[in-house]
Design a protein around this ligand. Structure first.
Ligand SMILES: C[S@@+](CC[C@H](N)C(=O)[O-])C[C@H]1O[C@@H](n2cnc3c(N)ncnc32)[C@H](O)[C@@H]1O
Length: 280
């Protein structure tokens, strides 16, 4: 069983003043609920709880995804010397957002956040109001031309220079019929020296992985929720040069301390991460 009952989907709190539907869960808000955030409503919490009941280690997997985001951005802004970030499917602001991690290494780093959920803009604008080097855009990552031509994005980022394009916790929302075209359009738009950083729900044959994809498709959006094999994830890096250690479970991607690859928990086996550089 992987569809919530109507009762579970009922919202207890439709706040006035915002033209948003809070009676149905969204990915951004359910993920915020998983991370213990406050920017979510009853329907989102119900979905998060429902998914946790069916998917062992889901919360931990969300936390691992945030941790690898931080490690990846720290590497990009530090060692790799990247000072421009396009964070697609950025999610609701949480602790250690991309701009905070990047600007800790380089205070001049610029970050454009984009998310399909308008609530991200509502919360993001308030938090980022004082930071001239960040912007938050409501948009659909499945439309690369619109994203790359958005005046807020082009006003902040110079695509003639290297950019880190992030699809972190996001690749699995691109359906198989469009994923190739979408990701390759982003790769093509990047200047040499740019990076692509992706994490995704993975399919290594564990039932929970496909089950999570199905729960997302059935409760949030029909086209959003796809578990990919490691080689399918790797395929989306195209001819970019994959950095060590390749596409691996997120906990194993450049961990801060020792991690036992043979001893991963259920939650640690839900997602994989990879980063690649556009040479040339
Ligand atoms: C699991 S969260 C990941 C958030 C953040 N990137 C992270 O890794 O912590 C996925 C985010 O992608 C957003 N998203 C899903 N489909 C999208 C699309 N087509 N365009 C833009 N954002 C999308 C959701 O609204 C959600 O905020």
């Amino acid at each position: 069983m992987s569809r919530m009952s109507d009762e579970q989907q009922d919202s207890e709190w439709p706040p006035p003043g915002l033209d948003l539907d809070f009676s149905k869960p969204t990915i951004a808000r359910a993920y915020d609920a998983l991370l213990g955030g406050k920017d979510n409503f009853a329907a989102d919490r119900a979905l998060a709880e429902f998914a946790c009941e069916h998917i062992p280690g889901l919360k931990e997997s969300a936390e691992e995804n945030r941790k690898v985001l931080v490690r990846g951005v720290r590497y990009l802004a530090g060692e790799a010397g990247i000072d421009q970030f396009l964070d697609l499917g950025s999610g609701l602001p949480t602790v250690q957002n991309t701009h905070e991690v990047a600007q800790a290494s380089n205070p001049e780093a610029r970050v454009a956040y984009l998310d399909v959920d308008p609530l991200v803009l509502v919360h993001g604008r308030a938090i980022l109001a004082e930071n001239d080097n960040t912007t938050v855009v409501t948009g659909d990552a499945r439309e690369p031309e619109a994203v790359l031509g958005d005046p807020d994005v082009t006003g902040l980022l110079d695509f003639e220079r290297p950019v880190a394009l992030m699809l972190v916790g996001m690749l699995h929302y691109l359906s198989p019929d469009i994923a190739d075209a979408v990701v390759s359009a982003y790769r093509a738009a990047l200047a040499p020296g740019s990076y692509l950083f992706m994490t995704s729900l993975v399919d290594t044959g564990l039932p929970a992985q496909q089950e999570l994809a199905r729960i997302t498709r059935e409760n949030v959006a029909e086209q959003a929720g796809w578990a990919r094999t490691p080689s399918e994830i790797e395929h989306h890096f195209g001819d970019f040069a994959l950095l060590d250690p390749g596409v691996v479970y997120t906990a194993l991607w450049r961990p801060d301390g020792p991690v036992h690859a043979g001893n991963l928990t259920a939650g640690e086996q839900l997602g994989m991460a990879g980063m690649a550089r556009k040479n040339g």
